[in-house]
Design a protein around this ligand. Structure first.
Ligand SMILES: CC(C)(COP(=O)(O)OP(=O)(O)OC[C@H]1O[C@@H](n2cnc3c(N)ncnc32)[C@H](O)[C@@H]1OP(=O)(O)O)[C@@H](O)C(=O)NCCC(=O)NCCS
Length: 379
């Protein structure tokens, strides 16, 4: 096998497929869905418009947007056995619950046995609606509340917050959640999307491919980083002096510990999603009358940038944003999935439409061939 293959640890910079969904330029800090810059989408688009853009390749007109909103609203209610299963699960990590419950949803999907293109699209829309309901209901039950029925009149972000809290959410919170969903919706061949595409390339069903994505997103090097960031901020403590913050972070760097929420495989400059989350963290903090988490985050950013030349990624400021919104830490990574389901399914549908089994090779480094067989008594 050629040496250039050996040099690609973690498949860094390897182009593994063609895709028309997400454009990423890590040197210039550009992210675009179907050609639309993430800054414009964060400012102007709703998550439902982003879903249409990812799935269909173009923005919806008013009638198409209305249709999609209705389909999402119609898909929100969870089958009763899913609620029962949720109640039966032991207290567990939100991502473990989401993985199990998403897999279970496959049994109750009306298109379960149909893997045609129209059925796979319907499953994608339904899963996008249902994942939000699962995470909101799980979060609510975790706080001792009873499941709330979805409100078909509300948009996706608003309904999610409503099902989570049982209260009509404030427009500022809805806007923040909508932007967060838009920012996390897709990111080219990130690890979980690649996992979902590898699964889809075997022509397995949409639910199975999405479960592969959820299991991959859970890891602390990927989606799990947002919860790790908040654990770090809490460990430093709200009342920490600037000196204590500095000592904490410098100590971590000296021990060569990774600082969650920093660094990226592709970006060599600011992650454009972090720009919006930094602003949201500040604005929500000001609105809540507590900017201390934001200020601590800014200070940590200054140290890590200064010492390591590393920029914050999407996870760093999402931590203080969600915390200020009063969202439980256990839901941070599941909320990432509530958004990324749109990107996973767009990639799964794209893979189905032009499929070839994904089956790479490994650079063999084991014992030389051939080894001589020894009966067990002689080993
Ligand atoms: C995202 C991430 C996995 C990318 O990893 P990668 O492309 O494989 O980069 P590496 O882990 O090889 O890091 C390259 C160098 O930067 C350092 N580095 C990267 N991220 C770092 C971080 N968050 N904190 C401290 N140092 C970091 C590494 O220690 C390494 O330094 P070295 O060359 O002196 O050994 C990595 O930056 C990371 O672990 N970040 C923290 C987790 C995180 O926030 N994940 C969410 C990503 S959106």
């Amino acid at each position: 096998m050629s040496t250039d293959v050996k040099g690609k640890a973690g498949l860094e910079d390897v182009v593994a497929t063609s895709s028309s969904i997400c454009y990423l330029d890590g040197d210039r800090g550009v992210l675009a869905y179907r050609g639309y810059d993430i800054h414009d989408l964060a400012r102007f688009a709703s998550f439902e418009e982003v879903c249409h853009l990812l799935w269909h390749g173009r923005l919806p007109n008013r009638a198409e947007l209305g249709d999609l909103q209705s389909q999402l609203a119609a898909g929100r209610a969870l089958p009763e056995p899913i609620i029962r299963l949720m109640k039966m699960l032991p207290p567990s990590d939100g991502m473990d619950a989401l993985r199990t419950l998403t897999s279970a949803l496959g049994h109750y999907d009306p298109d379960a046995s149909d893997n045609s293109a129209p059925a796979s699209y319907r499953k994608s829309v339904r899963l996008t609606a249902q994942l939000a309901s699962i995470v909101a209901t799980w979060g609510r039950m975790h706080e001792g509340g009873n499941p709330i029925a979805p409100d078909p009149v509300m948009g996706h972000a608003a309904n999610f917050l409503y099902m989570l809290t049982g209260e009509r959410p404030h427009p500022t919170a809805v806007k923040a959640m909508d932007i967060a969903l838009t920012l996390h919706a897709d990111h080219e061949l990130n690890a979980s999307t690649f996992a979902a595409r590898v699964a889809a390339a075997t022509l397995t069903d949409v639910h199975s491919a999405v479960v592969a994505g959820i299991g991959t997103l859970k890891g602390p090097l990927h989606g799990g980083a947002n919860a790790e960031v908040m654990k770090m901020l809490l460990e430093v403590g709200l009342d920490a002096t600037p000196d204590r913050i500095d000592a904490f972070i410098r100590g971590k760097l000296a021990r060569k510990d990774k600082i969650s929420g920093f660094g990226h495989r592709v970006y060599r400059t600011e992650d454009p999603r972090a720009t919006h989350l930094r602003r949201m963290s500040k604005e929500l903090g000001e609105k809540a009358g507590n900017t201390k988490w934001f200020e601590m985050s800014e200070r940590i950013e200054a140290i890590v940038r200064g010492e390591k030349k590393l920029y914050p990624n999407v996870d760093f400021y999402s931590a203080s944003t969600y915390y200020t919104m009063g969202i439980a830490l256990d839901l941070y990574t599941p909320i990432f999935a509530v958004s990324r389901i749109s990107g996973w399914t767009a990639h799964v549908l794209e893979q189905y439409a032009n499929n070839r089994l994904i089956r790479p090779r490994a650079d063999y480094t084991g014992p030389s061939y051939p080894q001589t067989w020894m009966p067990v008594e002689q080993r």
